[in-house]
Design a protein around this ligand. Structure first.
Ligand code: 5CA
Ligand code: ZN
Length: 398
């Protein structure tokens, strides 16, 4: 992070759980958990947009003088990963390792600051098993044909993240990894905590017997073990509100008390060709492909930052063209030896980001300074330098 003068601004953002604008981590320290990739295919613009949103929060905290602990997982064992590896006749661990490296290269190119801890589910199977045992000992688990399920009703605040009616929960869980139809469950939405070994699937030995952890307990375990309960922000795309973040929060409540996270912030879904960009639909624009075709990753980042995190948005080639033109104009203005003073503009930039992470407004603050430089110039020798450092620190644009 390039040095900046002290800026006394807090972050206010929209909390999914309270459905209200809320100050997040106004103290000296911030603890954030963001759900990471399932590494069976390349990073697409939707993933990139999600990690840029949370990187902008990460950068905001660092640029305003906070200590940040940022944890992100990698779902490096999961059914879609095993299916893709089987389809392509490759080892699932090699596929995961390859895609994790490609993801990291994409993030470096987009200047997404690395999390403090990037943790694979495979590395923490033992920890997850210990958490499953703790939930079972608390009386919040039950068995169905050898598999262990979480009794969501054991958490008094269950429902407090998504606020969905029961019938919507059932429908959505069927689409997102759940098994509401399975006979023998206490509640159709209850998720797997520990899955007994399946034919042809990897499994691990544990005090619970052999098997592997369910998806939600993996993230709850990593968040609780590395951040502790009541961490400041649980993040991820909006597609994770239910069941993933609802279930992690409920398991966290049973394990360590409420709240699992103080706040829940969700990034919008990026669509392409009229539908959510997703690996299962195949309507994808990959960051790595754009890079290989010579696109400046900073233009990709600016195209993402030009969108509000509060609304879903469509990716289009025009967005990239507009971002490229903006980038050229900024670089031109910033490469001059002098310019207008940028002290007030940098304050306004921080203010815009603090006010519900208003990245479009933050870009317009820079645009105004750039336009002033183009039309009238200025004689402040520190103007372009301070502006460059603020753009680098807050927006991650070089
Ligand atoms: N491994 C799990 C989280 S523990 C997972 O959802 N992986 S993922 O690879 O499917 O998605 C990685 C991140 O990108 C998640 O935060 C997800 O919410 C987000 N994401 C997925 N598709 C899109 C999209 N089209 N637009 C924006 N964000 C997306
Ligand atoms: Zn997760």
């Amino acid at each position: 992070m390039p040095p900046l003068p002290p800026l006394d601004v807090d972050l206010v953002a929209f909390d999914t759980a309270t459905q209200a604008l809320t100050p997040i981590a106004p103290g000296r320290e911030a603890r954030m958990y963001v759900c990471g990739i399932t590494p069976y295919d390349a990073t697409h613009i939707g993933h990139a947009a999600t990690y840029v949103v949370f990187d902008t929060i990460h950068r905001f905290w660092r640029a305003t003088g906070r200590d940040v602990t940022y944890v992100q997982n990698v779902t490096d064992i999961d059914d879609p990963l095993l299916e893709r590896a089987a389809r392509d006749g490759v080892d699932w661990q090699q596929l995961a390792a390859f895609e994790i490296q490609r993801f990291r290269d994409d993030m470096v190119a987009l200047r997404v600051l690395p999390p403090t801890h990037l943790v694979g589910a495979v590395e923490t199977v033992g920890d997850a098993a210990a958490r499953v045992a703790q939930i079972r000992d608390a009386g919040a688990a039950y068995e169905v044909d050898g598999d262990l399920y979480f009794a969501a009703s054991a958490a008094a605040r269950f429902g407090g993240v998504s606020h969905l009616p029961a019938e919507d929960m059932i429908a959505i869980s069927a689409e997102r990894g759940g098994d509401p139809e399975r006979p023998g469950k206490a509640n159709p939405v209850d998720p797997l905590l520990w899955q007994a070994p399946r034919e042809g699937h990897p499994s691990w030995d544990s005090p619970l017997g052999p098997g592997r952890p369910g998806w939600h307990i993996e993230c709850a375990t990593i968040a609780l073990d590395l951040l502790g309960p009541g961490f400041d922000l649980q993040g991820g795309g909006r597609d994770l509100i239910f069941p993933h973040h609802e279930m992690s929060a409920a398991q966290g409540e049973v394990l360590e008390g409420w709240p699992f996270a103080r706040h829940y912030v969700h990034s919008p879904m990026v669509s392409y060709d009229g539908e959510k960009m997703s690996k299962s639909l195949g309507n994808l624009v990959f960051v790595s492909q754009l890079r290989e075709s010579g696109v400046d990753p900073m233009a990709v980042r600016l195209a993402i930052l030009a969108q509000s995190y509060r609304e879903d948005w469509p990716w289009t080639p025009q967005l990239l063209a507009q971002a490229g033109a903006r980038l050229d104009a900024w670089r031109d203005a910033l490469s001059q030896p002098t310019g207008p003073s940028s002290v007030d503009a940098v304050q306004a930039l921080a203010q815009a980001l603090g006010s519900d992470l208003d990245t479009p407004a933050a870009l317009e603050v820079v645009d105004s300074w750039v336009e002033e430089q183009r039309l009238r110039g200025g004689d402040d020798p520190g103007g372009p330098g301070l502006m460059s450092r603020a753009i680098d620190a807050f927006l991650g644009v070089a």
